[in-house]
Write a protein that binds this ligand. Structure first.
Ligand code: HEM
Length: 264
């Protein structure tokens, strides 16, 4: 038998409407309405809501766990690098005479400069660790197999570009350590078969390590690589949305594929 609900205290009862109150719209509702109307206006002209639904409302296999967040964690590390990098670029000067001084100025004089520079420096290490962990997850879960081979190949290129990002960024403070470490790195590059010497000439901007080297590293670090990484992440995420994520191997072993009705 269903018991009747206890009566509401008078203070909690909704107040009866006053004459004319129904027509009065609260300012907050007006703001909400404006937001909805703007989103509708854009959607009617672009159909973007369909794209958003296609990318975000996907079936995920049963057994999806914390290891599946490593890709998104890498993405956020990259975004953090992009944002902090933009602020550093506002003060950094990539000339051999001023690079060290501008980096010192960011750390010692600019408001929150040391914090932003620290975030960018430690963030690069975090991104390298996360991308390696993400790659290990996809490898051990067999996500490189059909039909995701192309996404694996894109991932390998992303991995290399992440390493090149770290390598080119290391020279930019232009202190003794970064200068000599980069000379060693470029020389190691030069020992590679066939392409090695050409690659190190390209990185140095000639046979000698000089002023061109620094501006070349800066251009590669803040224009070429971020552009390529953004394009490749776009392709990578398109393929993830299109193909779905791989079910954990122990589930696939039980039921053929992770997307069987009982698994999603
Ligand atoms: C900038 C670097 C990268 C970013 C931002 C990134 C981002 C992502 C994201 C968000 C996902 C979906 C969620 C997940 O499975 O974790 C994913 C999936 C995937 N990634 Fe990456 N990734 C990167 C690098 C790599 C690398 C280095 C590899 C391997 C060499 C790789 C291979 C894959 C594969 C095969 C999948 C599909 C996983 C599945 O189907 O279960 N990714 N990536």
């Amino acid at each position: 038998m269903k018991l009747p609900l206890p009566p509401l205290p008078t203070a909690l009862k909704p107040k009866p409407k006053r004459p004319g109150e129904a027509e009065r719209v609260k300012p907050l509702d007006q703001v909400k309405e404006a937001g909805i109307a703007t989103a509708d206006w854009v959607d009617e002209r672009t159909s973007l809501s369909g794209v958003a639904r296609w990318t975000m409302f996907r079936k995920v296999p049963r057994g999806t766990n914390w290891f599946y967040t490593l890709g998104s964690a890498t993405l956020f590390a990259f975004l953090s690098q992009a944002v902090t990098g933009v602020f550093l670029a506002m003060y950094y000067d990539p000339s051999v005479t001023n690079a060290y001084e501008s980096a010192r100025h960011i750390t010692n004089d600019v408001f929150l400069g040391e914090f932003v520079r620290g975030m960018h420096k430690w963030g690069s290490t975090v991104m390298v660790i996360l991308v390696c962990l993400h790659m290990a997850r996809t490898f051990f879960f067999g996500a490189y197999k059909y039909p995701r081979e192309l996404n694996w190949v894109i991932g390998v290129v992303l991995l290399i570009l992440t390493f090149v990002m770290s390598f080119t960024g290391y020279l930019l403070p232009f202190d003794q350590r970064s200068y000599w470490a980069t000379i060693v790195g470029v020389n190691i590059n030069g020992t590679g078969p066939i392409a090695g010497p050409f690659l190190s000439d390209f990185l140095r901007g000639g046979a000698e390590f000089g002023a061109t080297t620094l501006s070349r590293f800066y251009a590669i670090h803040m224009l070429l690589l971020p552009g390529a990484i953004i394009a490749l992440i776009g392709a990578h995420l398109y393929l993830v949305a299109r193909l779905g994520t791989t079910a954990p191997p122990w589930l696939r072993a039980e039921s053929g594929d992770g997307f069987r009705e009982e698994n999603v």
